[in-house]
Design a protein. Structure first.
Length: 355
């Protein structure tokens, strides 16, 4: 049964609750409420962090919704339990209309429960609410992380959050001094659970008071982005990507042709985007998209660290480059030292023959 609890705003002396909070962000999928893919990735990561601490921390999913979801509530909650949640907090308040209200509600819950770790997806919404929460709680926030682990620091077990820095040239591992230890994590960089964790668990309904809070944003209307490239690219099983080595827009048209012949998604490096060879929406890397396909084929991409961050979870990387010392070869499973345009032409020719 749902439990409604009163708030205790004065928790300065409260001990940590032994929980890892995970924001289970929702999206609209075919006009139905569904979880953003990053929610499952964060739950799996939180489960691993808890296991590394010998199960001392409970994984709690934070689910916000003001909509009537009675017909799909059991299905949604079951999905959270299966992906690693021990407990679900269902946050409801009809006065919340924007990300600012969500951040305020989560802040109130944190003050009440005092979690040790709080993980949020580095989505548009996640990047909006995380700094509001951390500043309200006077704690630190490591943004845009690609790796999470537990480390020993001064006889304490701490969350070590790793993220690219200096334009993606270096990777920095950051510890947070205060609780909760907060991090936003890029979608598609962590793996989902392969096995079902459990079918049911604890549940608590939380209705924040939001004392004195007035939504500063009034939403006049919403419109779905019909450009589905982002989701198609991030969920693609095969990705063919071009870099500066392809040199011309004509060669990128060939890349698109190859993608059509193979059922792949098209992408590009930051260098190719800077040259105007491909749109920013197709960019892979620290400042672009993160992908985890079964096969990633890089045509004329040197492989700077800011690009490699975006493909580190690819199962198989095939790299084609004229420079045998290109950094990408150190991370490639298949290495082809050759003109990328020539290989592209030959692949298209062979595929068209087979048709």
């Amino acid at each position: 049964m749902a439990k409604k609890k009163k708030h205790n705003q004065n928790n300065n002396n409260q001990s940590p609750s032994g929980e890892i909070f995970v924001y289970a962000e929702t999206i609209k999928k075919e006009d139905k409420t569904a979880f953003h893919p990053v929610a499952a990735e964060l739950l799996a990561a939180a489960r691993k962090l808890s296991d590394d601490l010998c199960g001392k921390l409970k994984v709690s999913a934070l689910f916000f919704s003001n909509e009537n979801i009675d017909d799909i509530k059991d299905e949604l909650f079951k999905e959270l339990y299966q992906n690693g949640a021990d407990k679900i907090y269902h946050i409801k308040n009809e006065n919340i209309k924007s990300h600012i209200g969500i951040a305020r509600a989560f802040t109130e819950l944190c003050k009440l429960k005092n979690p040790e770790i709080f993980l949020i997806g580095a989505t548009i919404e996640g990047r909006s609410i995380a700094p509001l929460i951390s500043s309200s709680l006077d704690t630190g926030l490591t943004a845009d992380c690609t790796k999470l682990e537990i480390t020993n620091y001064k006889n304490e077990k701490k969350l070590a959050a790793t993220r690219p820095t200096f334009g993606g040239q270096l990777m920095a591992t950051i510890l947070c001094k205060k609780l909760p230890q907060m991090a936003t994590v890029r979608p598609s960089v962590l793996q989902k659970r392969e096995k079902i964790y459990k079918e049911e668990g604890e549940f608590e309904e939380f209705v924040p008071v939001l004392e004195g809070f007035i939504e500063p944003i009034r939403i006049l209307g919403t419109e779905l982005n019909k450009h589905k490239l982002s989701s198609e690219l991030e969920n693609a099983q095969i990705v063919v990507a071009g870099g500066k080595g392809l040199k011309t827009e004509e060669n990128f048209e060939k890349l698109k042709k190859l993608a059509k012949l193979t059922g792949a998604a098209v992408a590009g490096s930051r260098g190719a985007v800077d040259m105007g060879l491909i749109d920013k929406e197709y960019q892979i890397g620290q400042t672009g998209k993160t992908v985890s396909p079964k096969v990633y084929v890089a045509f004329g991409i040197s492989g700077a660290i800011h690009h490699l961050v975006g493909i580190e979870n690819a199962k198989t990387i095939i790299a084609i480059n004229t420079d045998e010392d290109a950094p990408i070869f150190k991370n490639a499973d298949v290495k082809i030292v050759q003109d990328a345009v020539k290989v592209l032409d030959e692949l298209i020719e062979e595929l068209e023959k087979s048709d």
